[in-house]
Design a protein around this ligand. Structure first.
Ligand code: ADP
Ligand code: MG
Length: 300
């Protein structure tokens, strides 16, 4: 028998490195007319590197001590920034103590007890805005973080026992196929994709411009990414979300169609998404949209 068009489109998607989970998904992919892309691990390679270590003067920590505490706390996390911190510690030959009471908050950061000290590592804007209050947006760490972000870094704050101890500058690169993929998606949908990211506006805008994206929504928590999708829907669009993180899962679920970056994506993103890119590439996204449109023309 000849294979039905949507099934052969699924087979073809497989050749492009995309696991499409059902014929319904294969069909929906061709209906999308707006795309929301996550930044870290999706538009970027997701292998960011720690390039700056700035212990704050009052912390009494050396660069190595700051990195050791941060890496120990980040060790259980699967976040790309956490991996960067752990990799930097390994590269310096630092032995990492065990972390206890590890917690992770998507879009914010992690906390853990290391050497009896309560360590928090994460977004300078969010880490101190909650229960750890007191230090808020003041203090030396704010100026250091702003300086690093202006330079295109993601600034990651390290807090020890409730007091800012240092800031790390982490830099990530666009995927080699990011710019071409953004151009293809723009041609396919008639609008440039929207960048939805939990990272800071400065670093996000800089990277987006490089890729040909002007609509940048930064500083978003997972539910804010959902709100961005809803906003596009209210404008009558059918939204394709592409993401890799735990923080992308709600938006992947809320979208008309969700695609997860599978190579280094979180389990939750892979389970929630309608399709998974099993290669470490972004280019398969427009490819499967085009395959779906072709199949749909054959079906109807
Ligand atoms: P994106 O949406 O670009 O993938 P995330 O929402 O995963 O980014 O993260 C947003 C911000 O939250 C990061 O830029 C960082 O400041 C902070 N963050 C989240 N998880 C971690 C972590 N494990 N370590 C350090 N910072 C983190
Ligand atoms: Mg991400």
């Amino acid at each position: 028998a000849t294979m039905p068009p949507l099934l052969s489109a699924i087979a073809n998607s497989g050749r492009h490195g995309v696991l499409v989970k059902s014929a319904v998904v294969m069909e929906r992919l061709g209906q999308v007319d707006a795309v929301a892309l996550d930044k870290t691990g999706t538009l970027t390679e997701g292998t960011p590197r720690v390039t700056v270590l700035r212990p704050l003067p009052d912390s009494g920590l050396t660069e190595g001590q700051l990195l050791r505490l941060a890496a120990a706390a980040e060790h259980p996390s699967e976040h790309p920034l956490a991996r960067a911190v752990v990799a930097a510690a390994r590269a310096r030959g630092l032995a990492l103590p065990d972390a206890e009471d590890f917690t992770s908050t998507p879009g914010v950061g992690v906390t853990a007890t290391v050497d009896g000290r309560k360590i928090a590592v994460g977004s300078p804007a969010r880490l101190l805005s909650g229960s750890e209050g007191a230090h808020g947006s003041e203090g030396a760490h704010t100026a250091v973080a702003a300086e690093l972000e202006d330079g295109g870094h993601t600034a990651v704050l390290v807090v020890a026992d409730g007091t800012p101890a240092g800031v790390m500058g982490i830099a990530d690169r666009l995927r080699p196929d990011a710019t071409a993929t953004v151009a293809s998606l723009t041609a396919l949908t008639g609008t440039a994709p929207t960048l939805v990211t939990g990272d800071n506006p400065r670093a996000a805008a800089r990277l987006a411009a490089e890729a040909g994206i002007t609509d940048v929504r930064a500083g978003l928590l997972p539910q804010d990414k959902v709100a961005a999708v809803r906003e596009l829907e209210q404008a009558g669009r059918k939204v394709l979300v592409v993401g890799d993180g735990v923080n992308d899962a709600p938006a992947l679920a809320a979208a008309h169609t969700g695609i997860a970056m599978g190579r280094a994506g979180s389990d939750l993103a892979l389970e929630t998404a309608d399709a998974v890119i099993v290669r470490d590439e972004l280019a398969p996204v427009p490819a499967v949209v085009a395959l779906s449109r072709r199949a749909r023309r054959l079906v109807v």
